[in-house]
Design a protein around this ligand. Structure first.
Ligand code: PEP
Length: 243
């Protein structure tokens, strides 16, 4: 099982030190063999997190990277830089980036290529709006978002997919479990058909995961883990989700 935490733009030095200490003491030692935790703090805290989590079953990721390799792009952080400071993962395609920063397939494709070159593993987020869900076009939307991942240019990319219905993010609403199962199966069969990757396609569920629904979500056969936003900022809740 993979437990990924997206802290978004939250925290402070004090908060990061305290939550990492909690994870070190009461979560990481109890994570079953074969499971892993991926923490994605704001980039400014990621080097400190890498140092802190050495020798723990915890990997550190970024929440985004630049679509440019290097150069005059004020404020940007490149995939190479993330890798240089010891990060192993980057989240790409999060709906908040798609919505607030107009990230689309061509731009995300550039980011995916750069992540591949930098040797970063990717958590690639996909998901539909509530309207699309109600219209019954979820699969079409997901196929369109997945199309860039399924190109031969990304044959060497190490990635997992996070299915995050936009309408479930931060709302407390989660799709019916059976629907999640069907969508995860669809994502796996679609990607394996388009890429010839078979058993190594892992799909996380994300969107309002909390201690009350985590066990049921984790028990679904095609859910390989969870991507947790809000609840990952509370060490007690994150512990209950992971253990
Ligand atoms: C997210 O934004 O990736 C997310 C899963 O958020 P939340 O858990 O708060 O719904």
């Amino acid at each position: 099982m993979i437990y990924a935490a997206n802290w978004k733009m939250n925290g402070s030095t004090k908060f990061v030190n305290s939550i990492l200490s909690e994870i070190k003491q009461s979560i990481a030692p109890h994570i079953p063999l074969g499971s892993k935790i991926i923490l994605c703090p704001p980039s400014i805290y990621s080097s400190a997190a890498v140092m802190f989590c050495k020798n723990m079953p915890v990997e550190i990721g970024a929440q985004d990277c630049s679509s440019h390799k290097d150069g005059a792009y004020t404020g940007e952080i490149s995939a190479d830089m993330l890798s240089d400071v010891g990060l192993e993962w980057v989240i790409l395609g999060h709906s908040e980036r798609r919505q607030y920063h107009n990230e689309n397939n061509p731009l995300l494709f550039e980011k995916l290529l750069l992540a591949q070159t930098a040797g970063l593993k990717v958590i690639f987020c996909i998901g539909e709006t509530h309207q699309q869900y109600l219209n019954g076009t979820t699969k079409e939307v997901l196929m369109q978002q997945l199309s860039i991942l399924c190109t031969p240019d990304l044959i060497d990319l190490d990635y997992i997919i996070a299915y995050e219905p936009i309408w479930a993010i931060g709302t407390g609403v989660v799709p019916e479990f059976q629907k999640i199962e069907i969508i995860h199966q669809f994502i796996k069969s679609h990607v394996s058909e388009k890429t010839n990757r078979n058993c190594d396609i892992h799909v996380l569920y994300g969107g309002s995961v909390n201690p009350e629904n985590a066990n049921q979500l984790k028990s679904l056969s095609d859910v390989d883990g969870v991507l947790v936003g809000g609840a990952s900022l509370d060490p007690e809740k994150f512990k209950q989700i992971c253990l």
